[in-house]
Design a protein around this ligand. Structure first.
Ligand code: GLP
Length: 290
């Protein structure tokens, strides 16, 4: 259940105690498996929902799609079914949606959210928000502004869940996205389209555009958790956590947030300096120097 060691787990104890034994510029918790990590994150989300319930207030969640949050959503559904966690006081805003796409399309993010979370809990349909991939081109900008207005009207996002794409994107904020960017229509990076092409039966059928919350929209969330599993995410996790803050890797902007945690499994942590070249840090480095 626990990551490497309790002292290595800033996720469960709030903001990092910034030990000098790390190269990471964000608090980062490593769990042995994605299942254990997802359970820990689900527990935190459940605690937020329950504490808001006790105050008679709404918990506002920012949600992600992709394979990464599947285990988190499965755990939230389990908490609803088996432990009575109610979503009646929850409002959700999804990060992004392909464009153009009909909400009922089996590969739309709206469909994904219904299938993996919304249809299995007691959330009010009107409280779930996903950018509308079927908005006419002429009104997409107005739709994006309205999405921002709805987030603001809900009181802002309390807890933002993120995955990370192999281009380092959060939401669909591809390399080059500005820190001040807001919800907007974007063009997808070729690597992102290639990664998605399996879902759409080939690259030629994969949408070229998307609507995404901006970097600024994401950074406005009061708490952010970025999830990453598997060896194929190891390099980009290292770049986002240890590299410079740059629009070329939009996840690196998270280093500037004061309540963010990266939550990764052992495979996704594999390229971090503390695992790949541990002699560069902490006690080992001291021994090398002495
Ligand atoms: C897409 C989504 C991202 C997601 C990424 C990674 O690009 N827009 O929000 O983080 O895919 O997907 P996966 O979790 O399947 O690796």
């Amino acid at each position: 259940m626990m990551p490497d060691s309790p002292s290595e787990n800033p996720f469960m104890t709030g903001p990092s105690t910034a030990t000098p034994s790390r190269f990471e510029h964000v608090p980062l918790a490593v769990f042995q498996s994605s299942a254990e990590a997802s359970q820990a994150v689900a527990r935190d989300i459940a605690a937020l929902i329950r504490s808001k319930q006790a105050e008679g207030r709404t918990a506002v969640l920012g949600l992600a799609t992709g394979s990464t949050p599947l285990s988190l959503y499965a755990e939230l559904v389990r908490l609803h079914r088996e432990e009575g966690l109610s979503f009646k006081n929850v409002a959700t805003f999804n990060l992004d949606e392909y464009y153009p796409i009909q909400p009922g399309h089996p590969r739309s993010y709206r469909h994904f959210m219904q299938a993996h979370l919304f249809d299995h809990v007691d959330i009010e349909a009107g409280n779930t928000h996903v950018p509308d991939g079927s908005a006419p081109l002429a009104s997409v900008d107005a739709h994006c502004r309205e999405y921002e207005r709805q987030i603001e009207a809900a009181g802002g996002i309390d807890f933002q869940v993120l995955g990370i794409g192999r281009t380092g994107h959060i939401g669909f904020n591809e390399p080059g996205s500005a820190r001040r960017s807001r919800t907007r229509r974007v063009t997808l990076d070729p690597l992102t389209r290639r990664d998605a092409s399996g879902d759409f039966g080939g690259e030629e059928n994969t949408p070229r555009h998307a609507i995404t919350m901006g970097v600024r929209t994401i950074l406005d969330a009061r708490r952010i958790v970025l999830l990453a599993w598997g060896q194929h995410k190891a390099e980009i996790v290292r770049t986002a956590a240890e590299g410079p803050v740059t629009p070329q890797v939009t996840a690196s902007f998270l280093q500037e947030h004061d309540n963010v945690h990266f939550v990764v499994d052992r495979a996704a942590a594999g390229a971090l300096t503390r695992y790949r070249t541990p002699w560069l840090i902490g006690a080992l480095a001291d021994q090398v120097r002495s």
